[in-house]
Design a protein around this ligand. Structure first.
Ligand SMILES: Cc1ncc(COP(=O)(O)O)c(C=O)c1O
Length: 428
């Protein structure tokens, strides 16, 4: 057994052996070693508390180390930790599939499990490409982000973050998303792409783009028309709800606010309440049936060692128990209400380019420097909030809140007050 190290030694030891994601190790500050989580807070080995305003990369729903979910995982671990998922099944996976299908908008009947958001998207792409016309292209929104595996990177189109891999990405057609005020341009580009006859499937993040689009909202009405037109033309549609799923946009799933029903929905992140990695790709029966046939080669030949892991499914079932409680719906509504009050107060501030709210997500864009991930404002803001014990990870000049649903009004106000300092007291 390891002995408990003295203060700061985890961070030092990390430097010698860990390769971190999205990090330039040469210039990055040493990582903050977190040794405990509780509610909305993370606690470092030095004893500092950080209010997690981004739900640890958007995965946590009900607070850190939630005892109910922890208990359910523990109980499942004592029964069955894992079993291969081809030729075998288990109660937690079946229960979860039944409950997800009941919680999603009507029309879906099949759940394919994988390990994370990227693999949920990869699975969806393989479903759509195998079922559709192989000569046709994928259509996506500019500024989309669907994950870091090759299919997911390709789907998002070429961007600064996948530049080293451009020669290896498959070709996609991209159109601007229907952001408010620019809906017509987006629709015209969409029609042109569809009318070319080259599009076989369309992937999008519904209502708000995350990482790639810098948390920008777009019109659900236009998106609805796009999905409907795809349906008429036999083009498969994929809603990537990896970020938006499980209540982030207020409703349980963003697709629930649409009239049209995309053919495939990708889920991950919040699915397990932030405890264990799990992805789910949800399909309609007609798509599932198109893979039926007498030979294995017609099946979807895709899977992962941990597909349908019982512990992850148990965590997801426990998280759903909490998510479906009226208290959780009320908590999400309360967060949105607070965000909207903040928005009313600050949206016209001269230092802001935009201040947008959807459900539990609040985004502000500073009118400082260029709209870019490399905007140096990012480091300044990150450091400022960390000093105040608040974990926020800006995208360049864009700051967003995506808190766990257990966050209290007082905790939200602490964050808003810190943002107010950046607007009112910093000498821009
Ligand atoms: C919309 C969307 N799709 C897919 C992914 C990839 O998920 P993961 O990081 O779990 O692979 C992300 C991650 O941020 C995402 O926001």
């Amino acid at each position: 057994m390891e002995t408990v190290p003295s203060h700061s030694s985890w961070a030092m030891r990390d430097k010698a052996c860990i390769w971190h994601p999205f990090t330039q190790a040469q210039t990055a500050a040493p990582p903050i070693a977190i040794v405990k989580g509780k509610g909305s807070y993370l606690y470092s080995e030095k004893g500092d508390a950080y209010l997690d305003a981004v739900s640890s990369w958007w995965v946590n729903l009900h607070g850190h180390a939630h005892p109910y979910i922890a208990e359910k995982i523990g109980a499942q671990a004592k029964e069955l930790e894992h079993v291969l998922f081809a030729g075998f099944t288990h109660p937690q996976a079946i229960l979860l599939a039944e409950r997800l299908l009941a919680a999603l908008p009507a029309g879906y009947s099949r759940v394919f499990y994988s390990d994370n958001g990227s693999t949920a998207v990869e699975t969806a792409l393989k479903m759509a490409l195998q079922a559709g016309d192989p000569r046709k292209k994928l259509l996506s929104f500019e500024g989309g982000y669907h994950g870091d595996t090759f299919g997911a990177m390709s789907a998002a189109g070429k961007s600064f973050c996948n530049r080293p891999f451009w020669p290896y990405l498959f070709e996609v057609s991209s159109i601007p998303p229907p952001i408010f005020g620019k809906e017509n341009e987006s629709w015209e580009r969409f029609e042109k792409a569809i009318d070319s006859g080259e599009v076989g499937a369309f992937i999008f993040e519904p209502l708000i783009q995350g990482w790639g689009g810098m948390m920008r909202l777009h019109s659900g009405e236009v998106l609805d028309r796009m999905i409907q037109k795809c349906e008429e033309q036999g083009i498969l549609t994929i809603a990537d709800e990896v970020m938006t799923g499980f209540g982030r946009t207020g409703v349980l799933f963003s697709c629930g606010s649409l009239k049209a029903a995309p053919d495939i929905i990708c889920l991950s992140k919040g699915i397990s309440g932030g405890f264990l990695p799990l992805g789910a790709t949800i399909a309609k029966e007609s798509l599932f049936e198109s893979f039926l046939g007498p030979t294995l080669s017609q099946a979807l030949l895709h899977g992962h060692s941990y597909t349908g892991n019982p512990l992850a499914c148990a965590a997801a079932n426990a998280s759903l128990d909490l998510l479906l409680q009226p208290e959780c719906t009320a908590a999400r509504a309360r967060i949105e209400e607070e965000h909207r009050l903040f928005q009313q107060k600050w949206r016209s501030h001269p230092t802001l380019l935009r201040c947008e709210v959807i459900g539990t997500i609040l985004t502000i864009e500073y009118k400082i420097g260029e709209r870019s991930y490399y905007n140096p404002l990012r480091d300044r803001l990150l450091e400022f909030f960390l000093q105040k014990g608040i974990l926020l990870r800006p995208f360049g000049n864009v700051l967003y809140l995506l808190p766990p649903y257990c966050i209290s009004p007082e905790e939200l106000h602490r964050i808003y007050s810190a943002i107010a300092i950046t607007l009112e007291e910093w000498l821009w």
